[in-house]
Design a protein around this ligand. Structure first.
Ligand SMILES: NC(=O)c1ccc[n+]([C@@H]2O[C@H](COP(=O)([O-])OP(=O)(O)OC[C@H]3O[C@@H](n4cnc5c(N)ncnc54)[C@H](OP(=O)(O)O)[C@@H]3O)[C@@H](O)[C@H]2O)c1
Length: 309
């Protein structure tokens, strides 16, 4: 990379895949508590598509807008306040781009130290590039739900990227898990142990103390009286009032940047508690092909890699 210029994937306004632009722009310089990270790999998530199409309007940042949440990369510079990362360290991070405007689909990204986890060399970058957003979302949702040992949890969207990790985290805690998928064939995507599976055609009623909704809908009929509803899709939730009328508490999780949570997630991956799927890889500058693949691949596992490797 020419020191002051880098490639980034931007949109000038929301639109279809053709709205994505690969541009050479000025590379950022880290602030005192920030780390400058050169991209090894990133990935595609539904939130990227929602920002691209305008379904989600970012809270911060101006157009042209650089997209992207996930990041595996190499530390190339650190701010004055940072003493515990070295140049060349491999790191992992989730950039909450809709809240901060710091898109990760760029050759260099500057992020706060607190958002970044150090990564050893033994784990494959293209696999871990799927972890940050879906992993943090699942981890923070399970922490928010915090089911007691004798409680059962229904996970809606259990065959999806976030849902599968929620299921794995709950099983690891020893919770009783009901996995709700859309179609019967998606049951095959779930782990077999200790799992009660359902599809929407035969969705159960009154069986769960907690619903974790990673699908976006209204799955509250699965709850017992005075249950808890943890929603992950803020624009597709049952209303707070309707739930309150049944004594159900509603929580909405907005995923937060956290290097500490990511370090725990990487440890769970290393120990085999969490498994991540294989992805198809595209160089960052082939972003249009990557988005077309994402739309066609039912499992939506698409990774972006540095165009210079
Ligand atoms: N709150 C936050 O900060 C935050 C953070 C990350 C993600 N999210 C959101 O969380 C959602 C899940 O993300 P993801 O990456 O896991 O997406 P994903 O991989 O597309 O998974 C969504 C899953 O939900 C399933 N589904 C959709 N409607 C359903 C229904 N009525 N009943 C049962 N299953 C249903 C989908 O099935 P099909 O494949 O058949 O459609 C898919 O398996 C997305 O909407 C994403 O934007 C929110």
């Amino acid at each position: 990379m020419e020191s002051s210029k880098m490639l980034a994937v931007q949109i000038d306004s929301p639109g279809p895949i053709s709205a994505l632009r690969v541009r050479s722009i000025v590379a950022p310089i880290p602030g005192t508590d920030e780390v400058a990270i050169d991209l090894i790999a990133s990935s595609l998530n539904p939130a990227d598509i929602k920002i691209r199409t305008g379904a989600v309007v970012p809270a911060t940042g101006n157009y042209p807008y650089t997209l992207g949440y996930d990041l595996v990369g190499t530390v190339v510079a650190t701010g004055l306040d940072i003493a515990d990362l070295d140049l060349g360290d491999r790191v992992l991070a989730m950039s909450a781009v809709a809240l901060t405007g710091r898109g990760a689909w760029a050759e260099r990204v500057c992020l706060p130290r607190a958002a970044v986890a150090r990564l050893s060399d033994d784990l494959e970058a293209s696999m871990l590039a799927r972890l940050p957003l879906i992993g943090l979302t699942a981890y923070q949702a399970v922490r928010r739900a915090d089911p007691a040992a004798d409680e059962s949890v229904l996970v809606a969207g259990a065959a999806g990227s976030v849902g599968r990790l929620v299921v794995q985290l709950l099983l690891h805690r020893g919770a009783r898990v009901h996995a709700l998928v859309r179609t019967p064939d998606q049951v095959g995507l779930l782990p077999e142990d200790a799992l009660l599976t359902h599809h929407v055609g035969q969705a159960p009623t009154g069986i769960a103390d907690v619903v974790i909704d990673a699908a976006g809908g209204d799955f509250a009929t699965a709850l017992v009286e005075k249950g808890r509803y943890v929603g992950l899709v803020p624009d597709q939730l049952p209303s707070r009032d309707a739930l309150a009328a049944r004594g159900v508490r509603r929580d909405v999780v907005i995923t937060q940047e956290s290097g500490a949570d990511l370090a725990n997630l990487v440890d769970l991956v290393r120990r085999g508690v969490l498994t991540l799927p294989r992805s198809r890889c595209f160089p960052l500058n082939e972003i249009h092909a990557a988005h077309k693949e994402y739309e066609q691949d039912g499992q939506r596992n698409v990774v972006l890699t540095s165009p210079r490797r």
